[in-house]
Design a protein around this ligand. Structure first.
Ligand code: SF4
Length: 355
């Protein structure tokens, strides 16, 4: 049983982050925020897949002005991602976003910082301080000999936290992302000993879907296993749906949260007489939108197939160009390979309803 580190409970729209709230799954829209229709469409798709908080980039005033329209059409808490501009932050607040991602030390002088913090405070909008190893402040870089160490990242986070606290603002979430596992883990461990603000976990620029998922699973998995982390985003150079799926798989694999389908599939070997890899992929793709907690198995032959099928709600066990469909360990159908997928989906819909 993982013992979670005690953190403050922060509200962002209709969701809580930290405290006893579930560890939430986030993603970031990859559309042009000014294109409201495309952004809303993508967000709705991500919501269906289990995304719980969505962030959008706000590169200019037109994007900031589109936030209200986007927010009115979605159910997820909307986070405005802003760099270096108090004016964009103020507009995002005016547009009623649910959370800001901005580093207060980078948005101009004291007056500008004060204006943003007071406006966020008035509307009870939390601020995530997002320290990225790639964009560490120059003075800290030179202090640490040009190296973005975990200590330098934590010092940067503390600097931004202190700016907010100076204005009595404690509605704070923090992230400390590096592109490698070692620094990311060291930075989060260090910061978690210094503050009790909720932590948003992520490895930045983690790479393509395959590489990034492995990196995030290891890095975020280690932190989560230590009880560190209140919300997570798996950053991938891939469609955002992949980020949401990967984040859920991490939480499910650590038994932290349950959602949707878990598919056990054998690696196949010379004994398999059906195209199992293709079938498993088809089943995975078709069942992505199911949010009911259900265990499926797709197995190549009876050697391990029937044993795995006994533990599954529904399973396929391959044979010689045929397959058995097994429900909670009981064979309910036999179908030729070409009909196997459709027959399996029909039986699955009897359990979870149309999807
Ligand atoms: Fe091979 Fe059968 Fe085991 Fe799959 S279940 S890996 S096909 S022995």
């Amino acid at each position: 049983m993982i013992q979670r580190r005690k953190t403050k409970k922060i509200k962002a729209g209709n969701i809580f982050i930290g405290g006893d709230a579930s560890i939430s799954v986030q993603s970031m829209a990859k559309t042009d925020t000014r294109n409201v229709k495309a952004t809303v469409k993508q967000i709705k798709k991500l919501e269906k897949m289990g995304c719980e908080i969505i962030r959008v980039a706000v590169p200019d005033m037109k994007a900031a002005q589109a936030l209200g329209q986007i927010k009115r059409q979605i159910n997820l808490p909307l986070v405005a991602d802003i760099h270096f501009s108090a004016d964009l932050a103020l507009e995002a607040i005016k547009q009623n976003v649910d959370k800001l991602r901005i580093n207060p030390g980078n948005i101009g002088g004291e007056e500008k910082i004060k204006a943003v913090v007071l406006a966020a405070s008035k509307k009870k909008i939390p601020i995530r301080i997002g320290v990225n190893a790639g964009s560490l402040e120059k003075d800290l870089l030179s202090k640490y000999g040009g190296k973005t160490t975990a200590e330098a990242m934590v010092e940067s986070a503390m600097k931004h936290i202190k700016i907010l606290e100076k204005y009595n603002f404690q509605n704070i979430i923090v992230s400390l992302k590096a592109s490698d596992i070692e620094r990311t883990i060291a930075a989060y461990r260090l910061l978690s000993q210094k503050v009790d603000y909720p932590l948003h976990l992520g490895i930045t620029e983690a790479g393509t879907a395959f590489h990034g998922t492995v990196m995030s699973a290891i890095g975020l998995g280690i932190l989560l296993d230590e009880g560190i982390g209140d919300t997570l985003r798996v950053s991938l150079c891939a469609p955002p749906e992949e980020e949401v799926m990967a984040a859920w798989e991490i939480l499910k694999s650590l038994q932290i949260r349950k959602r949707g389908v878990t598919i056990a599939a054998c690696p196949t070997c010379g004994r398999a007489e059906i195209d199992l890899a293709r079938l498993a992929k088809k089943v995975e793709k078709a069942t992505r939108s199911i949010n009911k907690n259900i265990h499926l198995a797709v197995m190549g032959c009876v050697v391990n197939g029937m044993g795995e099928a006994r533990e599954a709600d529904l399973a396929i066990v391959g044979g010689k160009k045929i397959g058995l469909i097994v429900k909670k360990g009981v064979i309910i159908k036999k179908a030729p390979e070409k009909n196997l997928f459709n027959e399996f989906i029909k039986e699955l819909e009897k359990i979870v309803g149309k999807f």
